[in-house]
Design a binder for this molecule. Sequence first.
Ligand code: ATR
Length: 291
Amino acid sequence: MINRYTVIGQPIAHSVSPAIHHLFGELTQRRLHYTRTEATTETFETIVKDWQSSGGKGCNVTAPFKELAAQVCDRLHVSAKLAGAVNTIEMHRDGSLVGHNTDGTGLLRDIEKNKGFNLAQKRILMVGAGGAARGTIASLLSSKPATLHIANRTVKRAEELTNLFEHLGPTVSSSYQDLSEHGPFDLIINATSMAFDDQAPPLPQTVLHPDSVAYDLAYSANSTPFLDWCKNSGIGKTTDGFGMLVEQAADAYLIWEGVRPKTRKVFLATSDIINSVAIEQRAAANNGTAS
Ligand code: ATR
């Protein structure tokens, strides 16, 4: 029997999750099929339930549906409960949907284990306050940073997050403009969806110091507008979200398949994975089927 999974988002054609999960299948000698599914806010719930009733074993959820996914699930694992955001749904035979969030553990593992950057006593700036930010804050606070500052265009959403997580550690919220009174930061994480529009968040230079580390939750074959801005501002340590993507995927795979693949082998194939998706997208565009 082949276990079937999908990743649901909008847009979704760029997603490298199918390539990562198929590689996990090879590494762990499991038969699985993993696809991409595009949704809208209106169709999301029906798509999830249809996937389950057609025999799907689970799905990943990406922007902008992580918060909606938490509402659609029957039960939430502790990783998703406080955040109110789900990136992994486990589909049970009794028809129930259990929501998990592996973004936080994936990000932390990439920053601390893969990149060797210890967050204890560091000043962290989280840029953005949507579903992607929500899923990672509890994990970041578990590393005991000196502060976690959340800045967002809509300040109210940043304030909601500081209220939600302040019992786990020191949290502050502000607009982008007011950041000039709070910098600099040791780690700056871009959790906005602005890379989709080829834009960088409007941050003041004062958030950076020469040894700041810049992390974009988005990933790209080349760079991202946020990472370009950091590099042009003299920041040497920049990384995109590919490492987090692989680690959160490995945690999702563990939930579904009961085994955690060795991610090192996936990192060795990084450029092949990203290039194969770029080729796939170009072919779809030439056939007029790109979404
Ligand atoms: P995701 O699941 O990727 O987090 P989301 O919940 O829609 O998706 O959140 C998108 C994030 O990107 C939010 O922080 C959003 O800011 P607002 O809360 O003010 O909407 C941010 N974002 C998206 N487009 C933006 C833009 N043009 N300028 C500034 N922030 C933007």
